[in-house]
Design a protein around this ligand. Structure first.
Ligand code: NAD
Ligand code: ZN
Length: 353
């Protein structure tokens, strides 16, 4: 679990106070990884409390994080400083938050990031790391994973050392998010709830968090009762609760298939989940029906025909990636999932997208 969290509009201003006691010495910098959408945005950058040798690194979120990107960042940091940094601070969406978590882990663990893709492979605690989301939905701010695309697979570094030591939830930071992106990333949260609440791994904790997040998503995306700022606040809370729900259980069919799309075609997580989920009535009938209502209400058009011109070997790559995510299928379909989800069935689903 994340051990410390502050929530509230304007709480980003507390960053300096939070970091000061965590500085190891004046030669051990804080490294800020920040989404390059904030380049030139002095309202954001002027509030980052840089001191001594601290460094601000702008990173594009156009592509999802790769293991090689993590390795490059770690090497750059190691070569730049004699001392190990005091901490890594990620400021951005799921892409930047995951990079920050992975870099913090790889600064204390030998080898390459790809060696740690899987469950509980990290042996040494990461350095101090802080997450500050600027868009809501993924739950990356709270989860025990950092999802990375490696040379062989798209899979997270899932470990007890992955969660942030500190999170700052300031809904004001989400103000500039474009509408489509707001919907896609918000739907990631909604889909987390549906997959968790309808999974076989469901338990008292995942249920209570999932139900809360689901209720918030309904308020935000269906019922028109919230002001803009209330909706920002609530979506940040929903993201947290959705993330907690899957931390106690697991995601399901939409995520497994979306990982396949992303691995082959580079489709980003939020939109990829939406494209897949739109075709999953068979598995999540009520969830998909509500999703279609939300899509209509917000005038969202999803891309069609993504897989129309793919060859058999390309379908095979997506199917291999998706079927490799055993816990997701087991959660979604139970212990005998392999009888329910065959390669042929998966292919026919992909062909609709
Ligand atoms: P993102 O980080 O990829 O950002 C999406 C877009 O929104 C980018 O163009 C970004 O620049 C922009 N953006 C972010 N904040 C903004 C702001 N305040 N104003 C204007 N633009 C802003 O999107 P995401 O959906 O948050 O993250 C997706 C990533 O999260 C994927 O890599 C996925 O694998 C990962 N993920 C991780 C977990 C986890 O538990 N670790 C869970 C779900 C998803
Ligand atoms: Zn997700």
């Amino acid at each position: 679990m994340v051990s410390r969290v502050v929530f509230g509009r304007g709480s980003f201003n507390q960053l300096g106070d939070i970091l000061t006691p965590k500085r190891l010495n004046t030669k051990a910098p804080f490294i800020f990884l920040i989404d390059d959408v904030f380049k030139g945005n002095s309202l954001m950058t002027s509030r980052i409390p840089l001191a001594y040798d601290d460094q601000l690194i702008f990173i594009s979120a156009d592509e999802e994080p790769k293991t090689s990107q993590v390795d490059e960042l770690v090497e750059k940091i190691i070569l730049s400083y004699k001392d190990r940094p005091s901490g890594i601070i990620g400021i951005g969406g799921g892409t930047i938050l995951d990079l920050a978590k992975a870099v913090a882990i790889m600064l204390t663990n030998e080898g390459e990031a790809k060696d740690y893709q899987g469950w509980d492979l990290v042996k040494t605690p990461a350095i101090y790391h802080v997450g500050i989301p600027t868009i809501s939905g993924t739950g990356a701010e709270v989860s025990r994973t950092t999802v990375l695309t490696g040379p062989e697979k798209k899979l997270g570094i899932n470990s007890d050392y992955t969660p942030f030591d500190q999170v700052i939830l300031d809904p004001e930071l989400t103000t500039g998010v474009p509408k489509d992106q707001w919907f896609y990333t918000g739907m990631d949260c909604y889909i987390h709830c549906i997959e968790s609440l309808n999974g076989t791994y469901l338990n008292a904790f995942s249920k209570s968090y999932g139900e809360k997040a689901f209720q918030l998503c309904r308020e935000i995306f269906i019922e028109d009762t919230l002001s803009e700022t209330e909706a920002q606040d609530q979506l940040m809370m929903a993201s947290w609760h959705g993330g907690m729900s899957i931390a106690y259980s697991q995601v399901g069919v939409a995520h497994a298939m979306s990982y396949g799309l992303s691995y082959l075609l580079g489709t980003k997580h939020g939109i990829g989940n939406c494209i897949v989920f739109d075709h999953l009535e068979e598995f999540y009938p009520e969830g998909v029906e509500l999703f279609k209502q939300m899509k209509k209400k917000h005038g969202i058009e999803l891309p069609q025909g993504l897989c129309a011109n793919l060859h058999d070997d390309e379908f095979d790559i997506m199917i291999d990636v998706a079927l490799g995510l055993v816990p997701l299928w087991e959660n979604a379909l139970g212990k005998n999932w392999q009888q329910k989800m065959t390669r042929e069935k998966l292919k026919s689903l992909y062909q609709k997208m």
